[in-house]
Write a protein that binds this ligand. Structure first.
Ligand SMILES: Cc1cc2nc3c(=O)[nH]c(=O)nc-3n(C[C@H](O)[C@H](O)[C@H](O)COP(=O)(O)OP(=O)(O)OC[C@H]3O[C@@H](n4cnc5c(N)ncnc54)[C@H](O)[C@@H]3O)c2cc1C
Ligand code: SF4
Ligand code: SF4
Ligand code: SF4
Length: 430
């Protein structure tokens, strides 16, 4: 019984897996294979190859992550902020190059910073995520070693993303690397670094992106169905392109193209396609990243249609890196008071810092396994618990509908979304 709990099978069985793929990278016998199950990335263990060494379980962020303890060590001397994590400095900003800025998720700061690090020889490669060339709806993590490769990874992927074999590649290949990841990716990477000092030495910069939740692969299928675009005919796809928040852009092989504004399509998916594990995640602002990047959804920036994001430096060295990138004209920065980031992330922070602990308390009482965190959450009130019970019921129903293609018409009925337009060529739905 004990041996069975030493690999990550129990994490999957307890529905605590984030699909980050760190376990697969850490397994020395290649016993772990990642695959899609109901639109989510899930690891499965081949018992015949597993030696029950327990390494995968130790690096897994799905069942537990000590964010406070780790952040305290990584960013020593910087005060903890319950909502934002450690903040040594905060800025609004964007990439200096206008094309990267316009085609990035929110100003292209991540891509601009990585390009400068690469071109100035400060790193040998960057772990980023692109759509596969021969499968344009399928995101994959890879190591970009040139400016051109970095360009293929710009903008957000609202679909499950695992770290594939990239951490194994880092272990095999000496060099200095930066890594970009969601908070859960960084939780796993930091845990892996504790066990593999070589990974810690080689990953010299950890860039995190804020995250309120990703979407299952079925969300993309739902959007394509709404457009009337056959998935097999897609030549190019982007969730966010062409300016601040921007458009979903779908191009078919026959030349048809759709543009669907983010502000119309994103709210439509609500929590129909939210992975259940995201509803238990407590980290909005990538608290274990050296530098954490996010949007600025506040009136002060609403008039900007090209793209301006925010960045938090969590240590003095990270702050110096930003200052150097600004001086080298790679990115443009302006000081930002952290309260504006809080304001911009308010609904998401409430979900992560109040709803999540309340939901965890309720579900634990019902016998469900919950991730173990050492974060200090605000005191829960009866109202928090009531709201969490209601939100959990809605989530369960919406998840149930989202997982059943035959019920997607209900999402259309509830969503009232403006249909996307076909901007060139003939619409396939005609
Ligand atoms: C699933 C998801 C949820 C998000 N939720 C929020 C939120 O609640 N609030 C908020 O302010 N911001 C959120 N963001 C982040 C935000 O939209 C921008 O990605 C961030 O501000 C960086 O913008 P940029 O223009 O500087 O990045 P760009 O220069 O466009 O570069 C984006 C980088 O992110 C990497 N990337 C994209 N998608 C993924 C992914 N799924 N997993 C790992 N790496 C990825 C790319 O490889 C690229 O390196 C979210 C992003 C994602 C992917
Ligand atoms: S317990 Fe060890 S051998 Fe088994 S899957 Fe995990 S890392 Fe691989
Ligand atoms: S390491 Fe990541 S992919 Fe593997 S079981 Fe844990 S959460 Fe899931
Ligand atoms: S909400 Fe948390 S678990 Fe879900 S994708 Fe974002 S960082 Fe990962």
């Amino acid at each position: 019984m004990k041996a069975a709990r030493r690999n990550i099978t129990h994490v999957v069985e307890d529905a605590l897996c984030t699909g980050c793929g760190v376990c697969e990278n850490a397994c020395s016998t290649s016993a772990i294979r990642l695959g899609y199950e109901r639109g989510l990335i899930v690891p499965r263990v081949d018992a015949s190859l597993c030696t029950t060494c327990g390494v995968c379980d130790r690096v897994c962020p799905g069942h537990s992550v000590q964010t406070e303890e780790l952040a305290g060590k990584l960013f020593a001397g910087i005060d903890a902020d319950v909502e934002l994590g450690r903040v040594a400095a905060a800025y609004s900003g964007h990439c200096r190059d206008e094309e990267t800025r316009r085609r990035g998720a929110t100003g292209g700061m991540v891509t601009g910073l990585l390009r400068w690090l690469l071109n100035s020889g400060q790193i040998d490669g960057a772990i980023v995520v692109r759509f596969q060339a021969d499968s344009p709806l399928e995101p994959e993590a890879f190591i970009a070693r040139s400016e051109e490769e970095l360009g293929t990874a710009r903008s957000s992927k609202y679909s499950p993303v695992s770290l594939g074999g990239v951490l194994r590649a880092v272990l095999r290949t000496p060099g200095k690397y930066a890594v970009v990841g969601l908070p859960c990716h960084l939780h796993g990477i930091r845990k892996m670094e504790q066990l593999y000092p070589e990974v810690a030495r080689r990953l010299v910069w950890h860039l995190g992106i804020f995250c309120s939740g990703t979407r299952s692969r079925q969300a993309t299928e739902f959007y394509l169905a709404k457009i009337g675009a056959p998935a097999g005919e897609v030549r190019e796809f982007a969730y966010r392109d062409e300016g601040c928040l921007g458009n979903m852009r779908v191009a078919l092989r026959n030349g048809d193209q759709w543009r669907w504004p983010y502000k119309q399509y994103y709210p439509l998916a609500r929590s129909f396609f939210l992975p259940p594990r995201c509803a238990l995640c407590h980290d909005q602002c990538a608290e274990l990243a050296d530098l954490a990047f996010g949007d600025l959804h506040i009136p002060e920036f609403w008039e900007d249609t090209t793209g301006t994001g925010c960045v938090i430096a969590r240590s003095p060295v990270a702050k110096t890196l930003l200052a150097n990138a600004h001086a080298a004209q790679a990115i443009v920065l302006s000081p930002l008071v952290p309260s504006l980031i809080r304001k911009s992330q308010r609904p998401m922070l409430r979900r992560k810092k109040q709803d999540v602990p309340a939901r965890a308390r309720l579900l634990r009482a019902l016998g469900q396994k919950m991730p173990a965190y050492d974060a200090v959450f605000p005191r829960l009130t009866a109202r928090d618990l009531f709201r969490a019970a209601k939100a959990t019921a809605v989530l369960k129903v919406e998840n149930w509908i989202g997982a059943r293609r035959c019920l997607w018409w209900l999402i259309h009925v509830l969503g009232h979304a403006t249909p996307p337009s076909c901007v060139s060529g003939r619409s396939v739905s005609q």
